[in-house]
Design a protein around this ligand. Structure first.
Ligand SMILES: Cc1cc2nc3c(=O)[nH]c(=O)nc-3n(C[C@H](O)[C@H](O)[C@H](O)COP(=O)(O)OP(=O)(O)OC[C@H]3O[C@@H](n4cnc5c(N)ncnc54)[C@H](O)[C@@H]3O)c2cc1C
Length: 291
């Protein structure tokens, strides 16, 4: 590993000032689980790492907002989010998805901000946040901006964040009455990286879907909404024929890629099966609470 400078600013604003918009070798680091692997693999040779671990405590909080939204600070660890009573009551799908994300050692250290900024298409939470309509709050030298998670990740390990812009937190809008699930398909062990992740959030009356938001990842280069599937589900009663149509529409709409987890043909079949499973499971799930 080549030598590098490690800085530990006491505030997020100070951290922003230590980043360099022109230099990709100056990087923020939070939990470090992804960054250190990239450094050990020789993909990343930083000149300076700006650690976020000593910034203000408020970025490690999980709170409910005035509109019933869930506010998650960027430095909240994945374990803290998994265990949070507030998150479990308001957005139960987060704890459900986190249970099989990597392993407890990774979850104890990895942060929500680092998870989203990393942009690895195989990550579990981005499609969940997309289906929930969540927004990232980003801070930069010019101030704050809000970015829908759907627009944050633009490609394979690529985001819209500037080099001197930091994720300060994520806001999940109130989910009262909505039902949401994350269905993860792994081809090796249960806690492995997914080969396909399907996140569904819906409003439904018995078996009739009023409105649904469907996002997939892992088999695609970035998390994507499947709008053709959403429009097939909208206003429809769920039965086998509807789910077959939804599965076919998903395969037509999504651009899948082959990797160590499986071929495109294999992932197409997985997608058909798991769209149907996710919709059925969402219908059977209790919704998040308002307060
Ligand atoms: C063994 C192992 C198994 C894993 N398995 C899974 C899995 O099954 N599913 C899954 O979803 N994930 C998995 N992961 C990935 C894991 O979720 C990510 O490594 C982790 O979430 C990254 O968070 P971090 O805080 O450690 O990020 P870091 O490593 O600190 O940073 C990651 C990236 O984000 C940037 N960054 C960090 N914080 C911020 C911020 N606040 N604002 C802007 N940029 C920031 C860094 O510069 C870097 O580019 C696995 C990781 C490991 C090591």
């Amino acid at each position: 590993m080549t030598p590098f400078e490690l800085l530990e600013p006491k505030s997020l604003q100070e951290a922003i000032g230590l980043l360099d918009p022109e230099d990709a070798a100056v990087r923020p680091i939070a939990g470090g689980t992804a960054t250190l692997l990239m450094m050990k693999g020789g993909f990343l040779r930083p000149r300076r790492l700006v650690s976020l671990r000593r910034v203000e405590e408020r970025y490690s909080r999980i709170e409910a907002g005035p509109e019933g939204e869930l506010r998650i600070g960027a430095l909240v660890t994945l374990s803290a989010l998994e265990r949070s009573a507030e998150a479990r009551a308001r957005v139960p799908v987060l704890a459900q998805a986190l249970k099989t994300l990597a392993n407890v050692r990774v979850r104890n250290v990895a942060t929500v901000g680092g998870h989203l900024a990393h942009g690895d298409p195989h990550q579990d939470l981005p499609p969940v946040f997309v289906s929930l309509g969540a927004r990232v709050v980003a801070l930069g030298p010019k101030g704050e901006r809000t970015i829908p998670v759907e627009e944050l990740i633009t490609g394979y390990y690529e985001t819209v964040l500037g080099r001197n812009e930091l994720i300060a937190g994520v806001v999940v809008p109130a989910q009262a009455g909505r039902r949401a699930v994350y269905v993860k398909c792994t081809t090796r062990s249960a806690d492995d990286w997914p080969c396909l992740g399907v996140a569904v959030s819906m409003a439904a009356d018995k078996s009739v879907v009023r409105e649904a938001s469907v996002a997939i990842s892992a088999a695609t280069e970035r998390p994507v909404r499947l709008r053709a599937v959403e429009s097939i589900l909208r206003g429809a009663a769920v039965d086998d024929a509807l789910l077959r149509r939804a599965g076919d529409a998903a395969v037509d709409e999504a651009t899948l890629f082959a990797d160590a987890q499986g071929s495109v043909a294999y992932k197409k079949q997985l997608l058909r099966v798991h769209i149907a499973r996710a919709v059925r499971r969402a219908l059977d799930t209790a919704g998040g609470s308002a307060h």
